[in-house]
Design a protein around this ligand. Structure first.
Ligand code: SF4
Length: 375
């Protein structure tokens, strides 16, 4: 019986060398293969020309290099590229009951978790160019357990966790579709800190000099807010940027938008954010999606300024991209600028994030949602 194929991106060089040794290959073959995949972007073992024919055949049989398949690709007029990836063998990759989700679910509900083996898993990843930067926005889960009311990714709940290899593989795909990635943000589908082990392993791979060699400072993990996991991340002392998706300046409004806010207060997030700053020296960013007529008024900005000052954080303001079927509107440009003005007058560093990819399905999870709705 042949062994089931193992996935290349799930292994670091030491593990690869051990694996190859067990298959009767010289251990240095691992470094050759690593170079083909990460340095040259080649994942077809038959094209690895400095390997003997016999070894190429063995690798083709025993190792899967890319697991995801691009099922849709879109390019916006501003250069933003979005890939919809299908992941086969959802069940074999571990479903929603991954280790760290279990952790999160000791205190938080998982909405609409499904075990639907009929559909392949779909996730989105996006490359956003800006000057010399090419930022990869990647997913950490399939669907999302949080179910924010304004978000397409949460529609349908959580289907499962991506493995570290599948998280890393998204960056590899984006590298092949639009140039070398310089920055990575975990702002695609899923709550990264609810898939803690896989996400932190993927972060280490992205930063490793044997893989993508990205500065940890160019990697951002964005969370809707799991205080215990934020502390755990801080204790790892990875100098990555932490972004907390606040989206409302007080508990009452936040609970109407984010179901998990029922269990986690803004005060708890501020405490956890301060701990993160204390441990890592990295300023926490607050993400705030402006929803027209909901959280975009001057009184919200004044309240938000008080939160930001307690946390000593900067704020990214994101103008909402509408999702078909959801009852939220994109705010007016004047309201967005007025909101920023109130924050700045209160002494808070606030940026309006440029809307990118408006002429493709720009909102997170929207392409997947449309693709599934059309089936
Ligand atoms: Fe999940 Fe983020 Fe969407 Fe909320 S906004 S449902 S946390 S992907």
């Amino acid at each position: 019986m042949p062994e089931p194929a193992t996935c290349f991106f799930d292994h670091d060089p030491a593990e690869l060398a051990t694996l190859f040794g067990g298959w009767g290959l010289p251990r240095y073959r691992a470094e050759q293969v690593r170079g083909w995949v990460y340095d040259k972007g080649v994942t077809d073992p038959h094209a690895m020309s400095n390997l003997p024919h016999r070894d190429r055949e063995l690798l083709a049989e025993r190792m899967r290099f890319t697991v995801g398949q691009i099922v849709r690709e879109q390019q916006a007029s501003d250069g933003t590229r979005k890939l919809l990836l299908a992941w086969p063998e959802a069940a074999a990759a571990g479903n929603a009951a991954g280790d760290a989700s279990q952790d999160a679910r000791t205190t938080l509900p998982v909405l609409g978790e499904r075990d639907d083996d009929d559909l392949p898993w779909h996730t989105e990843c996006v490359m956003i160019p800006a000057g010399d930067r090419r930022t990869a926005c990647i997913s950490s889960q399939v669907g999302c357990p949080v179910g924010c009311k304004f978000c397409a990714s949460g529609l349908g709940g959580l289907e499962g966790n991506l493995s570290a290899g599948r998280i890393v593989e998204q960056v590899w795909w984006l590298n092949q579709h639009g140039g070398r990635i310089t920055n990575v943000v975990f702002m695609g589908m899923g709550e990264p800190l609810a898939n803690f082990a896989a996400v932190t392993r993927a972060v280490r791979t992205l930063a490793a000099d044997w893989a993508f060699n990205l500065s940890a400072r160019r990697i951002t993990v964005s969370t809707v807010g799991l205080p215990a996991q934020i502390r755990r991340l801080a204790d790892l002392e990875l100098p990555i940027t932490l972004a907390v998706s606040l989206h409302a300046p007080n508990d009452e409004l936040r609970r109407t938008l984010i179901p998990w806010a029922d269990r986690v207060s803004v005060d708890q997030l501020i405490d956890a954010g301060r701990y993160y700053f204390h441990r890592t020296g990295r300023e926490v960013t607050l993400e705030y999606i402006l929803l027209g007529g909901v959280n975009d008024q001057a009184q919200h900005a004044r309240e938000l300024a008080r939160v930001a000052r307690r946390l000593r954080s900067n704020i990214n303001l994101i103008r909402y991209n509408e999702v078909a079927g959801l009852p939220f509107n994109r705010p007016r440009g004047d309201d967005v600028r007025a909101f920023q003005r109130v924050l700045r007058e209160a002494g808070v560093n606030a940026h309006i994030r440029a809307s990118r990819g408006r002429d493709i399905a720009a909102a997170c999870g929207q392409l997947r949602h449309e693709t599934r709705a059309a089936r």
